[in-house]
Ligand binder design. Structure first.
Ligand code: CP
Length: 346
């Protein structure tokens, strides 16, 4: 819990959220506590006018179900409006085409909206890190908060929604709980954003972390270094293993998800077909009931959309320990809290 003194000092007005690492632990806990209250008192008058007359812009370079819908509902429930924008229809400058610069776009949009969300990942970038660089360039030039709606490196709204689910099912003190972050074979060639955010945030909140994947599926070395540091700081174990079963032993939370290999981007492009072909060979790498039995009555978590039959079996994804729908719902509450704290003004 954020202490009373810490809460008094917290002022997130105008702040960007590109990764949870950009905010302090107290700021994140404060956001979660507000999200929990917003869930409890969803349509209370104290919350329904916070963004009155304000518009939140959403740039979607890539498709979405939950993120778009939950941000639109969040803006509506706070009394404002979320506007869906497809960058391809906006004549923006890119690496290969002439057009409006980020500086100009960011400065103009700051005159209209109270905040800007951006999703850019997978085939919309040519190399890992380009999406993060784009968000940070918007943040540099805009006068309104920039929020990641999932980009190549991070997915902060997802991380906070996950943790809100864990707090409900495991209690607010997550210290000492074990997370298994498990690579599942899959047909989608997923970005690293959700799993990297989970590694960073769960470890920051005191959880032990085991990352299990076949050889050749390393996450960003900077993310690993920071996660290892968080675990060390709270006296928790951190390990990377390449066995499809062992990591399940004693896990309190099992997060299975496919992610692409570091070789997915080469020659300035995302090679999805190659990634999928390679990943589908690892048929042992699936979260199933037999493996879950080794866990400590572990919760099953996934950011969705799920590649059922590859990343996880139906039996586990729809089983009694699965909290996938709670977490999906939490996207709404945490995004309401983020918008209220960063975009409502003083
Ligand atoms: N978890 C998540 O971001 O879902 P969408 O891709 O459907 O938005």
């Amino acid at each position: 819990m954020a202490t009373k003194k810490a809460r008094k000092k917290i002022n997130l007005a105008g702040r960007d959220l590109i990764c949870t690492e950009d905010w302090s632990r107290d700021e994140l806990i404060h956001t979660l506590e507000l999200a929990e209250d917003m869930q409890k008192h969803r349509f209370a008058v104290k919350y329904t006018k916070i963004l009155r007359d304000k518009t939140f812009f959403m740039f979607f370079y890539n498709p979405s179900v939950r993120t778009r819908q939950s941000f639109e509902c969040a803006a509506t429930e706070l009394g404002g409006h979320a506007q869906f924008l497809e960058p391809k229809s906006m004549r923006l400058k890119t690496a290969t085409t002439a057009g409006e610069t980020i500086e100009d776009a960011a400065k103009v949009m700051s005159r209209y909206a109270c905040g800007l969300g951006i999703r850019i990942l997978e085939d919309k970038i040519g190399a890992y890190g380009e999406g993060d660089a784009l968000l940070r360039e918007y943040a540099k030039y805009s006068d309104i908060p920039i929020v990641s709606m999932a980009h190549d490196k991070y997915h902060p709204c997802q991380g906070l929604a996950d943790v809100m689910g864990l707090r409900k099912h495991l209690g607010k003190n997550l210290k000492g709980r074990k997370l298994l972050l498990y690579w599942g074979h899959g047909a989608l060639g997923r970005s690293w954003c959700s799993v990297q955010e989970a590694a960073l945030l769960y470890s920051r909140l005191g959880m032990a972390v085991t990352i299990a994947s076949p050889e050749g599926y390393d996450l960003d070395p900077e993310v690993i270094k920071t996660t290892r540091g968080h675990c060390k700081e709270s006296g928790q174990k951190f390990e990377i293993i390449h066995d499809p079963v062992e990591g399940y032993r004693g896990a309190h939370v099992v997060y299975s998800r496919n992610w692409m290999s570091p070789g997915a981007y080469h020659d300035g492009e995302f090679h999805k077909a190659e990634e999928v072909e390679k990943a589908l060979k690892y048929t042992d790498w699936i979260c199933d009931a037999r493996k879950m039995k080794l866990s400590d009555n572990g919760l099953y978590i996934h950011p969705m959309p799920i590649d059922r039959g590859h990343e996880v079996t139906d039996e586990v994804a729809s089983g009694p320990n699965s909290i996938i729908y709670d977490v999906a719902e939490n996207r709404l509450h945490v995004q309401k809290a983020i918008m209220a704290l960063t975009m409502a003004g003083k």
